[in-house]
Design a binder for this molecule. Structure first.
Ligand code: NVA
Length: 382
């Protein structure tokens, strides 16, 4: 590819917490955990995430621990990931165990928890700052507690720490008219820009933001609203440019199975969820980025309760220019990445899929060796 652009290096990597993008050489990462997990209740907002074929499971088990076999295999999957990363020389940290079966009551609602397996949803690291996301699901209200020991430790070692305004998750936060039980109707709502979450208060998941140095892409999704995006824009200030991007997606949630950078100048695009914004495509093209379309994920049929799409195959973690973690059963994707010049490292993590995510979802990179750069030409500063 062509020379990307000249850049101004604003920060160095002396902080224990420091990442600006998804591909600089990885040094330290958090891997979530599902110990203490509980099957969430089938609330209206959770129905927009769980596929209707699994609703009976959630009705039966809501508020109870997962069936033992499912749970044990999920724990093992994340342990496999930890071991693979450590074998590659990466420091791995894990959150605390929380008993998510406990019922809690706020001024506005009552709920039990979920799990803390998907670190990427809650934690967003930008530079030397750890941002706690104001998540949108009632069953995720107390997920932050699993990470507090780690965050306090990083803070004590020099990181900055911000908790975005926590959502009340009052009824007004959810559109009571959103057609959760009618898949076709909900697609129409989403294509016209209406979601289960309202603009009552800011909400976002870290996984809806994708970091490209000074430029950060974000999508309005079922769990990230415009209020949350605006909060982030003002919070980060003029050092960063937030670009709101739309994809063709019936159930938008998290960018890391849709538009996935795998190296400086190289991004994967999900063929079933093309980018709808020409100016974003132009921004990548004009700066010499290669946009590659990976083969379809296999969505292994032996995995019960596969909550997400088959595009978890794209949910990869970059270690450096050569090494990239990929789910072990995704052979077409592994072959494809080899052709692009990578040396993929297979991780057997598919038994984690019932807990809501894959490799990228379950992790949060804490430190990558690199500086803050601009990877796009001719972008006006906001
Ligand atoms: N909407 C995404 C969620 C990934 C965690 C998918 O199912 O592909």
């Amino acid at each position: 590819m062509t020379e990307l652009t000249t850049y101004k290096s604003l920060k160095n990597t002396t902080s224990i917490v420091c990442t600006y993008n998804e591909w600089d050489p990885l040094e330290e990462i958090i891997v979530g955990r599902i110990d203490g997990a509980v099957v969430p209740h089938l609330t209206r907002e959770f129905k927009t995430f769980a596929k209707p074929e699994y609703w009976d499971f959630f009705r039966q088990y809501g508020g109870k621990p997962y069936p033992q076999e499912l749970f044990k295999k999920g724990v093992q999957a994340l342990n496999n990931l930890q071991k693979t990363l450590e074998d590659q020389g990466i420091v791995v940290k894990r959150p605390d165990v929380i008993d998510f079966t406990k019922t809690y009551k706020t001024l506005d609602f009552e709920s039990c928890g979920f799990n803390s397996g998907n670190a990427r949803d809650f934690l967003l690291v930008i530079g030397d700052e750890i941002i706690e996301s104001p998540m949108a699901y009632r069953c995720r209200y107390f997920e932050f507690q699993a990470y507090r020991s780690l965050i306090k430790d990083y803070f004590n070692k020099g990181a900055r720490w911000t908790a975005a305004p926590k959502c009340t998750m009052a009824d007004a936060m959810y559109d009571q008219k959103f057609p959760v039980t009618d898949v076709e109707e909900s697609k129409k709502w989403i294509s016209s820009g209406r979601y289960i979450t309202t603009e009552y208060e800011p909400c976002f998941d870290g996984a809806d933001f994708t970091r490209f140095g000074r430029d950060i892409l974000v999508s309005r999704s079922l769990v990230t609203n415009n209020f949350g995006i605006e909060w982030m824009r003002r919070h980060l200030g003029p050092d960063y440019r937030i670009h709101v991007v739309r994809f063709q997606d019936d159930s938008p949630m998290h960018m890391d199975t849709t538009w996935v950078p795998i190296a400086e100048g190289m991004v994967l695009t999900c063929p079933e969820r093309p980018c709808l914004d020409q100016h974003i495509l132009d921004m990548f093209e004009k700066s010499g980025w290669e946009v590659h379309t990976p083969p379809a994920g296999l969505c292994p049929s032996h995995i019960p309760l596969h909550l997400t799409s088959r595009w978890l195959s794209m949910n990869t973690v970059v270690i450096d220019k050569e090494r990239i973690l990929v789910e072990a059963s995704e052979e077409p994707t592994i072959k494809f990445l080899k052709k692009l010049g990578f040396k993929p490292i297979a991780v057997d993590i598919n038994h984690f899929f019932p807990f809501g995510g894959g490799l990228h979802c379950s992790t949060c990179d804490v430190r990558r060796k690199g500086t803050l750069k601009s990877y796009f030409n001719n972008i006006e500063m906001i």
